[in-house]
Ligand binder design. Structure first.
Ligand code: HEC
Length: 115
């Protein structure tokens, strides 16, 4: 019984390693798509899918919004598109739209332009 449990532990480590490697691959795929992103398409996606809750432009400071303005999100993440993609892909329970990685990268590229 003890020997069997030890065997389980030897199997579990490579499994965890594989899971970590695929997570790292996923993150670098996000990073790579952030580089190829299209800020104009991101602006259109943001207007269509994010504007109901977020102020997505530079000129909406006076508007009442239920979510942080994109300018604030851009500043918080240092205008780093990769960090913004991670924030978009992260837990976002109230968002009614799940962007594909390429769409998240486009929106992040747009958000990063809001300096
Ligand atoms: C239904 C309303 C809603 C929609 C639509 C929505 N959001 Fe949000 N978003 C929120 C709310 C509320 C928060 C703050 C609380 C939270 O994180 O759940 C938030 C937070 C965020 C954050 C995290 C901000 C931070 O502090 O890091 C990011 C990034 C974000 N939204 C991006 C987007 C993008 C991009 C879209 C469009 C693709 C979008 N959101 C659409 C409601 C929305």
């Amino acid at each position: 019984m003890t020997g069997y449990a030890g065997g389980d532990r030897r199997i579990a480590l490579p499994t965890i390693t594989r899971a970590l490697i695929s997570f790292a691959t996923l993150l670098s795929a996000f990073a790579a798509s952030a580089l190829a992103a299209d800020a104009d398409r991101g602006r259109q996606l943001a207007a269509a899918h994010c504007a109901p809750c977020h102020v997505v432009g530079r000129d909406g400071r006076g508007e009442v919004a239920v979510a942080p303005p994109f300018e604030t999100i851009a500043r918080k993440h240092g205008f780093d598109a990769t960090a913004i993609v991670r924030a978009i892909a992260g837990p976002h329970p109230r968002m009614n739209f799940a962007p594909r990685p390429a769409e998240a990268a486009d929106v992040a590229a747009y958000i990063a332009t809001l300096k």
